[in-house]
Design a protein around this ligand. Sequence first.
Ligand code: SF4
Length: 411
Amino acid sequence: MKTTPSEPLPAADAKNALSEENAPDNTEHSTGVYMGVHEDTSTGLSKQLPAKRVFPFGIYIHWPFCKSKCPYCDFYKEVRKNVPQEEIVNGYLKDLDFYHRLTETKTVTSIFFGGGTPSLLEPQHIEKIINHISKKWKIGTDVEISLEANPNTDRPNLFADLHHAGINRLSLGIQALNDRDLKFLGRTHTLAQALTAADEVLHNFDNHSVDLIYARPVQKLSDWEKELAQTVKLGFRHISLYQLTIEEGTVFAAKGIRPLAENAAVKMYDFTNDYLHHHGYPQYEVSNYGFPCRHNLLYWQGDDYIGIGKSAHGRFRVKDKIYASTHPRNIEELTPAERAEELVIMGLRLNRGIDKQHFKDCCGLNFTDAVNPHRLSELVKKGYLEETSDNICATPKGFPVLNRLIEELCC
Ligand code: SF4
């Protein structure tokens, strides 16, 4: 089923739209919640049976604008001289109203401003979006509100202003810790600017993260060791480290730039995991270390979220139905098998793997019914996966070949 509803309902009608009657406080840990639901003609979503439990719920806000295009980047982004921020934000508020009618009894446990470069969005607009969300939905007492920032801002006091606007977790995209590689990556900031921004982030926020890209073709393991030591010394609570890949359609691909040789990249990956483990940043996901990002856990665990903005998408349950959404306001129902495949792909990225009960709650299928059972037992026997009665996860032997494991399980 695919629907493209047009305008939001008036507030009074919206009250009746897919409302979850008698729904208690649906916090992250609540279970066994039964809810009623009404048919709603504006959304095309039909009346459903009660669901068994409720889940964490996040809102992703995509700000697609950047100062310039980095040559490795294959995300959707736009570079414009004048961005009509107010107009776009007002459109976002209408989209939020639309999705609110589908999810109104959920409690927001995380909000994430991603990009593009959301630190180019004026803090007053960020505050407006956060206030709008908090007027519409119930907000969890310990809600995480993250924003991705680049160090290339000319705006004085940006980080203090972002904190004042309601952001409580700041993720800083430094990408490299030397000027040669920043230049290679086409970043528009210098190392000195990155370090100043890092100081300001650490000064203004209690919860923070830093992103770097490694396995650059110009990088040796000894260079990376130094950068990693420097990264740890900065003292962020969370570190995201992505290996450089050369994606089709990027400037790097057009220039014929080749990625680092696979065995050198694997060595860097192993070194990185080991180093961070011994320096207080345990790996919890393929590319993520330290104090987990609550919002990103939603994706990996298969929880509910909506997405606002050009390349944002969502996954959310209304009763026992699962929906996928894309911009602008396109909603499609997913079958349990379609959602199950996504959950395998995402869940095995986590070091702790997939909780079988949670998997069933998310898609309605048992894990063993959702994958190829013969391949599963072979992969367990060969030591790539570890299975207990409650859980399934990749072993240290399986993690480096995760994509192949997933392909085998899902075929
Ligand atoms: S990497 Fe980030 S800053 Fe660079 S073009 Fe992509 S979205 Fe924009």
